[in-house]
Design a protein around this ligand. Structure first.
Ligand SMILES: NC(=O)C1=CN([C@@H]2O[C@H](COP(=O)(O)OP(=O)(O)OC[C@H]3O[C@@H](n4cnc5c(N)ncnc54)[C@H](OP(=O)(O)O)[C@@H]3O)[C@@H](O)[C@H]2O)C=CC1
Ligand SMILES: C[C@H](O)[C@@H]1OC(=O)[C@H](O)[C@@H]1O
Length: 253
């Protein structure tokens, strides 16, 4: 097992990639603290699924856009499990919208959840790891969108480039403490975040057609890579970005 007896914290773990990552961490032997936001029922289900795998879990409610949610999440996790070994910054939103009439509030909220949220949470987790003095691993879910644009994602793609950049700078800032910081760049993974966008059969077919492996990603495709980066198997990786997209980025023509 890659994460035996580690304490793993994950934001936005009620569903999608966060949920799959929480379950994979438990399968790999970790006890898991999940941050959730609006869906207490889904949070309770994830906790029950982790417990069914024989590991311990707690769910802590909080909007990642608020600095207090970060300190609250980390202190609740430490209260439950005594320490933090791995932090996964996953929570994110992507309300598709055109550029020319982007509502200010949509731009602001996307920046605050995706980028400020990753910043506050990473900072709180890192402070706990530094206090423990035994290093740690931080993995942020960035995106293929850190590298390429999207017509309806002008507010979103900069946050994903920012998350990747945050991990690079944190790798520099935290290396002396033995804390590794890396990002994962998923391609198109079928989750609720793009359910409406991909409900258009033409858009779905186009996106699938871009992928050499011939299918959209599944949350589990990302969870296994996060587990690897969080584990000692990746002990000399820091400041790196792993693209997990079925080959989509490489497919120019
Ligand atoms: N799916 C994809 O194709 C890709 C996704 N990503 C990134 O992966 C991450 C996860 O997305 P994905 O699983 O697809 O999407 P989902 O919509 O399935 O899940 C998003 C999760 O984030 C949580 N969340 C949203 N806002 C907040 C908030 N303010 N505070 C705390 N939690 C919040 C949601 O909680 P709640 O249930 O309460 O709303 C939910 O658990 C995102 O950062 C996304 O940008 C990157 C590349 C591709
Ligand atoms: C929400 C998008 O469908 C998804 O998220 C990303 O980061 C990529 O742009 C994916 O296509």
């Amino acid at each position: 097992m890659l994460l035996e007896d580690k304490v793993v914290l994950i934001t936005g773990a009620s569903r999608g990639i966060g949920r799959a990552t929480a379950l994979e961490a438990a399968r790999q032997g970790a006890n898991v603290a999940i941050n959730t936001y609006r869906d207490a029922k889904a949070a309770a289900e994830v906790v029950a699924e982790i417990e069914a795998l024989g590991r311990r879990a707690v769910a802590i409610d909080g909007d990642v856009a608020l600095p207090d949610s970060a300190t609250g999440f980390v202190s609740a996790a430490v209260e439950a499990f005594g320490r933090v070994d791995v932090f996964v910054s996953n929570a994110g939103i992507c309300p598709f919208h055109a550029f020319l009439d982007m509502p200010v509030e949509t731009l602001r909220r996307t920046m605050e959840v995706n980028l400020h949220g990753a910043y506050f949470m990473t900072q709180a987790a890192a402070n706990q790891m530094v206090k423990q003095g035994e290093g740690g691993a931080i993995v942020a879910i960035s995106s293929i969108s850190a590298l390429v644009g999207g017509e309806m994602q002008t507010h979103y793609t900069p946050t994903k480039a920012g998350v990747h950049s945050l991990m690079q700078s944190c790798a520099v800032a935290l290396g002396r403490h033995g804390i590794r910081c890396n990002s994962v760049l998923p391609g198109t993974i079928a989750t609720d975040i793009n359910k409406d966008d991909l409900a258009d059969p033409a858009k779905r077919e186009y996106m699938e057609g871009r992928i050499p492996l011939g299918r959209l990603g599944r949350p589990e495709d990302i969870a296994s890579v996060v587990a690897f980066l969080a584990s000692d198997m990746a002990s000399y990786m820091s400041g790196a970005a792993l693209l997990v997209d079925g080959g989509a980025f490489a497919n120019f023509q």
